[in-house]
Ligand binder design. Sequence first.
Ligand code: ZN
Length: 179
Amino acid sequence: MRLAVAEATSLRPEALEILQAEIKSRGLDNDIVNSVNAQLIDTGSKEFDDYISLIRNQPCPACNSTHQPLNAAVIGTVKSFILLTRYKKKLMIACPTCLQQANQSGTSTTALLGWWGLPWGIIRSTQALISNIKTAKKIKSTEPTDTLIAFVKTNIGIIESLRKNKQSLQAMLDSVNKR
Ligand SMILES: [Zn+2]
């Protein structure tokens, strides 16, 4: 079942056919068949856009607001201490307001704590600050970001299996932000 829900796209076409036949012969839940099929949808298609809209129309996992469509961004934060430098790239799915706040917070932390390592503190801090500036621009756009599209593509099987359960969808988005 895990294979069907999460990893169908990594299977060769022959293996996928066997998986689909196996699901049918075992009389497993229709939801799993849907989940496998969802993973075969092209990113440019209308069907794929429906999954994007489904995620964008959820309440914000960070502030619960339903006023703005959700988006996704990768936010960089660098912290250094002499020889140690840690560059954290965090995926966040939330409303644009919460994404901007998190992005600003990552930027401020990096500006304060990122530089104090040699040489990686300076290198990584520069990378993170440039990346966060680009991210801030993307969040301002009303279009889904590449990060959101990639997230939906990777998790479309799971999204399909949770589609009818708003609470589970919300829990999934929440768990992404807590990673
Ligand atoms: Zn929010």
